[in-house]
Ligand binder design. Structure first.
Ligand SMILES: Cc1cc2nc3c(=O)[nH]c(=O)nc-3n(C[C@H](O)[C@H](O)[C@H](O)COP(=O)(O)OP(=O)(O)OC[C@H]3O[C@@H](n4cnc5c(N)ncnc54)[C@H](O)[C@@H]3O)c2cc1C
Length: 370
């Protein structure tokens, strides 16, 4: 019997696994894909995570992350607002970051298994995990870090899974002279918005969220970009004058921002499995890491025999809601200001005249250093 099984090896899963292993527990992590791999993500991480990462020697200095200090917001018509970021952030590709963390995990004794978990049963105070390859594994604690949407959510019948989401996400890496190296920009286009910011090695990440009706209307991603994203003059310049470094973009659909349960079937959910904040906030990864920080403490206390499962679950739900519920709500509300010509232009005009308003909006979705 393992102490801990972690399902999913993104940021949340890897950090949970490494830190619980360091606490002396036996940890197995199941990730269906092989590292390194690209994911749809803006790859901007808020600096609120730096104290936590440094404390655990997990800040990826060796990967040469980009330093981001400025914010640039543009409307569909091209009006723009620039302001310094209070905390700032860093840019690093998930291709590098997740692979680096997976290497650390392996070197420190986490058993990483590349297999898909298809089922989790909880009986007599222990879990049995079944995988696609036909294996079964027992554990005292299971952490669900399987991201925004997994077959496992469907198998477990989580309530959010039946609610269709209208959003698709697209990501490329680029070489470009049309974006600033110290800036994260958010460019509006009809029914969507596109982020661009630097990651390591002077490469830029271009990542956007679009209503799926846009893709339906234009039939393909290149056509949608030519006809729709290019309505924004800033995006037009970037799309016309950059070298795309991927053969084809990374694309995901059904991106949902519905409420989820931090604990479900006794599985402790971490990162996007517990709830996903709208990407415009550039905060999903910080939340994934913060949820790990909280979880590791509670799991550790429980496995050492100092709290019951009931107490651990109750405390985690309480902490999760206190830390994130308001930010998630604010992210959903603020996203409504994006993707419309009139609303995006008015928001920028208001933000330019009343800087405290712009700062206020930004603060609603960001946390403090932890
Ligand atoms: C368009 C877009 C842009 C974004 N931009 C940013 C940004 O700039 N900054 C930011 O902080 N956040 C951003 N985010 C959010 C961020 O990507 C997520 O919050 C973050 O990746 C969450 O990490 P995670 O570990 O919870 O999940 P993930 O990183 O998604 O990892 C989940 C892992 O679980 C694995 N998995 C799933 N099911 C199973 C299974 N059954 N068995 C085994 N393995 C499984 C998957 O293969 C995956 O590797 C963005 C999101 C989107 C959609």
């Amino acid at each position: 019997m393992k102490d801990v099984i972690v399902i999913g090896g993104g940021l949340a899963g890897l950090v949970n696994a490494i830190l619980l292993k360091r606490e002396g527990f036996s940890v197995w992590l199941f990730e269906e894909k092989k590292y390194p791999f690209h994911r749809v993500c803006g790859e901007y991480i808020s600096n609120e995570v730096i104290p936590f990462l440094r404390e655990h020697n997990l800040y990826p200095e060796v990967l040469n992350p980009a330093k981001i200090t400025q914010f640039h917001l543009t409307s569909i018509a091209g009006t723009s607002l620039r302001m310094p970021l209070d905390l700032g952030g860093f840019g690093i590709s998930r291709y590098q970051m997740d692979n680096w963390l997976a290497e650390i995990a392996k070197n420190e004794g986490v058993k990483i298994v590349h297999d898909r978990v298809i089922k989790s049963d909880f009986e007599s105070n222990e879990f049995t995990i079944s995988t696609k390859s036909g294996a079964e594994h027992q554990a005292k604690v299971v952490i669900g870090a399987f991201g925004k949407r997994s077959m496992l959510d469907k198998q477990m019948n989580r309530s959010f899974i039946d609610k269709r989401s209208p959003y698709i996400g697209v990501k490329y890496h680029l070489k470009t002279d049309e974006a600033k190296t110290d800036e994260i920009a958010l460019h509006n286009f009809p029914k969507g918005y596109c982020g661009i910011s630097r990651v390591e090695n002077d490469t830029f990440n271009l990542c956007y969220l679009s209503h799926r009706s846009n893709l339906k209307r234009f039939g393909s991603i290149p056509e949608m970009e030519r006809e729709l994203l290019s309505e924004n003059p800033h995006l037009r310049k970037i799309l016309n004058h950059s070298e795309i470094l991927f053969d084809k973009p990374e694309v995901i659909n059904e991106i949902t921002f519905e409420k989820k349960e931090p604990v479900y079937n006794h599985i402790l959910m971490s990162g996007d499995s517990a709830g996903m904040i709208t990407p415009l906030c550039g905060n999903g990864m910080a939340m994934a890491l913060h949820s790990s920080k909280v979880l590791i403490k509670l799991v550790s206390i429980h496995l050492k025999g100092d709290s019951s499962r009931f107490q651990m679950e109750k405390e985690y739900i309480k902490c999760w809601n206190a830390l994130f519920a308001r930010r998630m709500w604010a992210g959903r509300k603020i996203q409504r200001l994006f993707g419309s010509g009139v609303v995006s232009a008015s928001t920028i005009a208001l933000g330019k005249r009343f800087r405290p308003f712009a700062k206020f909006l930004m603060k609603q979705t960001h946390g403090s250093p932890f």
